[in-house]
Design a protein around this ligand. Structure first.
Ligand SMILES: O=C(CO)[C@H](O)[C@H](O)COP(=O)(O)O
Length: 154
């Protein structure tokens, strides 16, 4: 599985740790920065990963900012991206089982470095349940198409 990862300045320590962990676990990791503590703007990094998810160049994405919120707002602008901020086991598990999210947005300010590896591995390994949830995820895609093709009727 090919996983893209990016963070702003508030997530660099978690990103570095996750790159190491995921590589050790056999995932193909694409690191899109940032790599220093210099302040950057999260939209510039969210779009690097989200664009590649939309283009089918990555299977999953992980984005880290202070809260995960800004990264998710940007990522969800891209067609085919389903991104959400998650910070505990329940959110992470349900985001895969029910929503089939393909971009996990993590709050660098709120999440402990020690628990992050297990949380992300759980997210990468949890399957979408399909069934009734497929109908709903398909409706998300339909809404996306509606919005893209008929802006004036919204
Ligand atoms: O969480 C974030 C966006 O959702 C950002 O990481 C946060 O807004 C950056 O703030 P600052 O410039 O004060 O470091």
């Amino acid at each position: 599985m090919k996983v893209g990862i990016a963070s702003d300045h508030r997530g660099i320590h978690i990103k570095a740790r996750l790159c190491q962990c995921l590589t050790n676990e056999g995932f193909q990791v694409v690191d899109e920065g940032t790599d220093t503590a210099d302040a950057v703007d999260y939209p510039d990094y969210a779009k690097k990963v989200a664009r590649k998810i939309a283009a089918g160049e990555l299977d999953r994405g992980i984005l880290i900012c202070g809260t995960g919120i800004g990264m998710s707002i940007v990522a969800n602008k891209f067609p085919g991206v389903r991104a959400a901020p998650c910070y505990d086991e329940v959110m992470v598990e349900m985001s895969r089982r029910h929503n089939d999210i393909n971009v996990l947005c993590l709050p660098g300010d709120l999440i402990g470095e020690r628990s992050i590896d297990e949380l992300v591995l759980m997210w990468l390994r949890t399957e979408f349940e399909s069934g009734r949830h497929t109908t709903r995820v398909d409706k998300i895609t339909a809404v996306e198409l509606e919005v893209a093709t008929s802006q004036q009727s919204i």
